[in-house]
Design a protein around this ligand. Sequence first.
Ligand SMILES: Nc1ncnc2c1ncn2[C@@H]1O[C@H](COP(=O)(O)OP(=O)(O)OP(=O)(O)O)[C@@H](O)[C@H]1O
Length: 248
Amino acid sequence: MTEALGTAALSVMREGVPAVRDISLSIARGSWFGLIGANGSGKTSFLRSVAGRLPVHDGTVRIDGTDRTADRAGRAAAIGYAPDAAMLPAALTARAVLGIVAGDSDQALAAIGAIADALVLTPLLDRRVGTCSAGQRQRIAIACAFAAGQDIVILDEPFNWLDPVAAYDLRHALAARVGEGLTLVTALHDLATLSGACQAGALLAEGRVAFELDAAALAGARTDPAAFEAQTIAHLRGQAAKVSASTA
Ligand SMILES: Nc1ncnc2c1ncn2[C@@H]1O[C@H](COP(=O)(O)OP(=O)(O)OP(=O)(O)O)[C@@H](O)[C@H]1O
């Protein structure tokens, strides 16, 4: 496989406390990699540090095989990342926000392409973000990740707030873009998307990789989704029990 993104012994601190510990992962170009894990297990901290939105405490981050650990701004420029939908500027229209991300709103819309149809973006473009619902803001935030046309995109729980039709359409549009060569990394809480759409993934627990899921494991999950769900839930429950025992 050709690696698009990789980490070696990556650690990230939040307010002086380790949130990501010693994570080494290699993500193939043109694949969808899914991260799952309990609330607080470190998914957001991992994704934001890889994407240059949080500092690396220790370890390395590679893009296309080159060590980019010291180049946080370069990582942020090379990787499309959806901002927190709640933090989008309320006074601006969606079109203006996309224009800021890409430098030009027409170029942004061209880069977003068919993802805009899945997000039903057109009716939102000239509305001020502050007048949009939570799901509509989420659609604008996801569009931002594609606006500058990077071929690596990281989305943190992209299906949050989306209605079932939007979630379905977005999942298919993302898979199609991955089929065209996009490297996509998403945090997910939805095991069906992990097994149905991702080519590889990992389960995080307490800031570490508890286990990795390769193509064979995910193929098995598609063959027997009920068994996959039962095993994964049991693992997540086991990790939760360990955390509560260690803090008791
Ligand atoms: N802004 C912050 N300041 C301090 N600690 C934080 C902050 N954000 C997260 N943390 C801590 O970092 C650890 C990892 O949190 P993170 O948000 O990365 O987890 P997550 O797996 O993305 O969780 P979730 O599924 O709830 O989104 C947790 O212990 C959390 O309390």
